[in-house]
Structures are given as structure tokens and as C-alpha cells.
Design a protein around this ligand. Sequence first.
Ligand code: G4P
Length: 527
Amino acid sequence: MGFLEEIKRRRTFGIISHPDAGKTTLTEKLLLFGGAIQEAGAVKSNKIKKGATSDFMEIERQRGISVATSVLAFVYKDKKINILDTPGHKDFAEDTFRTLTAVDSVIVVIDVAKGVEEQTEKLVKVCRMRKIPIIVFINKLDREGKDAFDLMDEVEQKLGLKVTPLSIPIGMGYDFKGIYNIWEKNIQLFQDESKQTIGKKEHFESLDDPGLEAEIGSSRLENLKEELELIEGVYPTFDQQEYLDGNQQPVLFGSALNNFGVQELLNCFIEIAPKPLAKQSDTRLVEPDDEKFAGFVFKIHANMDPNHRDRLAFIKIVSGTFERNKPYHHVRLKKKLKFSSPNAFFAEKKQIVDISYPGDIVGLHDTGNFKIGDTLTAGDILQFKGIPSFSPEHFRFINNNDPLKAKQLAKGIDQLMDEGVAQLFTLNLNGRKVIGTVGALQFEVIQYRLLHEYGAKCSFENLNVHKACWVEANTEGNDFKEFQRIKQKFLAKDKSGKLVFLADSAFSLQMTQDKYRDIQFHYTSEF
Ligand code: G4P
């Protein structure tokens, strides 16, 4: 198969949801339909279980599992599908945001009974900002839940999407009979109660099939006809370009656990979802069919074994081919690197590969060369954009508890920050180090890993910060000079040396913004 065909057949996407909506179950069923696994239960959940916040071993165990499930690839109807795993736990939201920089589209899973939940809102907001094509899958139709139309309204209002249903359920909960597939214009009734294998389906091409009325009864049939009329009147017809441009979002219904509507989702997905997309760099738009390799690091995973401090850096291939043992240019370090054992992912296993194509993810063993956002190329000097840091939610001073291990602590902090576990700010005034995280859980992870992987003991001390804002200003201007003098106590540098204002309250941030009109305060590091 030629280079262009290889690109065309790839679909790289992420599944996002609020915890417990069914992301893991859906992933597993997609793999099952793709023939990549033989039975349910093979994919281990990568979620940090509720209540595990102070159980370090549990955190470690979960981290280990997530290496295996970071990328799940399989071939379905000749399409190479790469599913990128996104942690649902809110404390790891930044990990998910970064993974979203490496996907070409997403599937959002929503629980039919719970509707749109908090984490879904946050993640979809990021997708909308980036205009990522979205398919919505409404899950758990085997349970009693909200009315399909009410739910689609909720999705539009809370998530700011413009939906168009591509399937509609017939009944729900105990009375769930099946799905009318608007996309394929057919009906599938599900009868097999088995939760482990793909159930038998009865298939009707038309609503006028007498067998259908016999199966679901005349009142349900009437109801279905009315609903389809309503859909035609109220929702826009599906337009693939609108979907690809991020302006329209198809909705499908089903039950991942019971295999209802999963294959329909997959069939629809491979037809409409985008092939690998171009990505903007600081110098140009890099097209996948550009024959020279370029890619970027979106995730770094530390090894589980504390005796080997090597890590796995996940690279999304944007253009060209990535080949084993070929020298590539590490743009930030300005040096050539060769990789003798790049890992590709297949189902839940990883294996060494000789060649990978745009859309694919390779895992490279790393001894500290990479940090998140790094670009690797066949020689071009360019840097991919779009992996910003967001303002953390929690801030604490980090103190060294063992003066003899200062070096180890500094190295440990440095490497953990490169992995994207948290963000480091250094106060301008006195050089004290402040760690910022999305969730409180990360402080425990950091403390534990510094001790076990670097032999460094640390403690944290609370610091009252409301938000970290990246400062953009004319440094010669009077406004900036005064701001720097008056707010000296609240100024810090991030890890790349950018100036950050650590506002102690929403009020003081507002006052500062009002006072210094010539200064811009950004909630993300890329502006
Ligand atoms: P997540 O990755 O989004 O956090 O969700 P996950 O797939 O782990 O699913 C959360 C729970 O919802 C699981 O139950 C799972 O079995 C259930 N579930 C997923 N899809 C469906 C569905 O279509 N119908 C119904 N009724 N349940 C569904 P659990 O009891 O928390 O875990 P488990 O013991 O079953 O693994």
C-alpha cells in the first residue's frame, strides 16, 4: 500500500466522558467489533477509582495500567483505527487536554440518565475551541433515562453544540427494543440478552415491513414515525463538511454494555470521521502528505520500575513516515536522535515497529531528552503549536526536607514537570519554588514519586493563589514598569521563563486588569 493510501485509511480519535458514563466499556466493545480482542474484560480501566486519593500504591498501579491503554489500535474494514485514551478523573484533566492535541476527532459518551455532566462540559469546551469534529454517543439505553429529544436539547444548550441525530432509540430501559438508524435508513431490533458477545439482530429495511409492526407493536411504530417526522422538521440534515468543520455534531444512541448501537457507531465513524489532519507549526501548516517526517510529543509516561528511570514519550506523527533507526532532529535540543525500538500499539499490546504513518502514535524510550510539546523532524526547524499549559487550580510551595538531597530534588522536580505532572513557578522575589496542579491528588503523586524514584524528601506549604495568568505586555511601557514594581510579590517565571502573575483572588485580578489596561493576562501559556 502506498504512502497516501496509508494516510487515508487512518482514523485517530479520543473518547471523552464524565467518569462512569461508559468510556471504558465502549472502548472495549469497539475493540471487540474490530476483532482486536476476543472477549469483554480485556481492556483494563485507566480510571483512578473513587476514594483512592490517598492510596499511593493504587495510584501507581493505575498509572501502570494506563501505559498499556494509552493507545489502542486496530483495523476495521481496512481502516487503521487509533484510539487515544483520556483519563476521566478531573485531577488528570490536563493530561486529557494534551491528548486532545493529538486526536483528529472525538466521540463524547453521555449517560442517558445523567445527561451532560461537569467533566463532559469542560472537555467539550476544549474540543469546540479547537473545532475538533465531535460525534455524541448516548449510552446506557437499557436503563431508564431522559427522553431522547430532551437530552439532545440539553446537549445543545449545555455543550453549545448543533446536533443532528443519526439514530433514534425505540423504547428505553426495560422497554428498549432497538434503534432506528437514520444514517443507514434501517431498523435493528436487539433480542440477544448476552452481554459478552455480539447479539443477534433482526434487520428491517423499511418502516412498512409487516414484520416490524408485529415485532414492536402498532403504537410504538406510530410513535417512531412521528419522531422521525419531528427530526426531519427540527434538526438539520447531516452534512459531513459541517461535521468536519466542527459546526455540526451527529448523535447516536446505544448501550455499550449490551452491544446495542456500537457497530452502527463504528460503521458511521469510519465513514465520516476525518483522516489525519494538518497541524500548524510556528513556520507553516504541516500537511500529512508532506513526505518529510514531523511529529510532536503529547504525553510522557514514567516507567513503573523505580530502578530504571526511563520513560515512554508518545509522539503523534503529523507528516511523513517515522522509521526505526533513522536519525531525527530534536528541535529544542538541536540534536540528532535515533530510536532502535519505537513501539507501536496494537489492541492492548505494544510492539516494535519499523515504520509508522501520519495519524499513528509511536512510543519512544526516553532517558530525559523529551518534554511535552517537543517537536521531532526529519531536519526541518519548526515547532508545533497548540500544547498550552492551563492555569493550575492548586498552588503550594515545595520545600526540601533533606538538605543533602537538594540535587536529587531539583532533578526530580525538573523531570516530573517535563512529564506534565504539574507546573513549576519560581517566584521573582526570592526564588522560592511553587508547584501548581489541576487536582490535589497530584501533590501526593509528586511527593511519592520524588521519594521513590529520586530519593528526595519534600513537603508542601499552602499558598493562596486564585489563578496563574501569563503576562503579555510592552516591557518598555510605563504600565508594565509600575505593575512589576507594585505586584513584585506575585510575579513568577514558569518553566520556560515566561512571566506569570499569581493573582491571590478574583477581585485582585480584576483590579489589576482594570488598572493596567495595556497589559494582557492570559489563562493559558500560549497566546
Ligand atoms: P468510564 O470508563 O466512562 O468511567 O465508565 P465504564 O465503562 O467503566 O462504565 C461505568 C459503569 O457503567 C460500569 O459499571 C459499566 O459496566 C456500566 N456501563 C457501561 N455501559 C453501560 C450500558 O450500556 N448499560 C448499563 N446498564 N451499564 C453500562 P460498574 O458497575 O461501575 O463497573 P463494572 O463492575 O460493571 O465494571
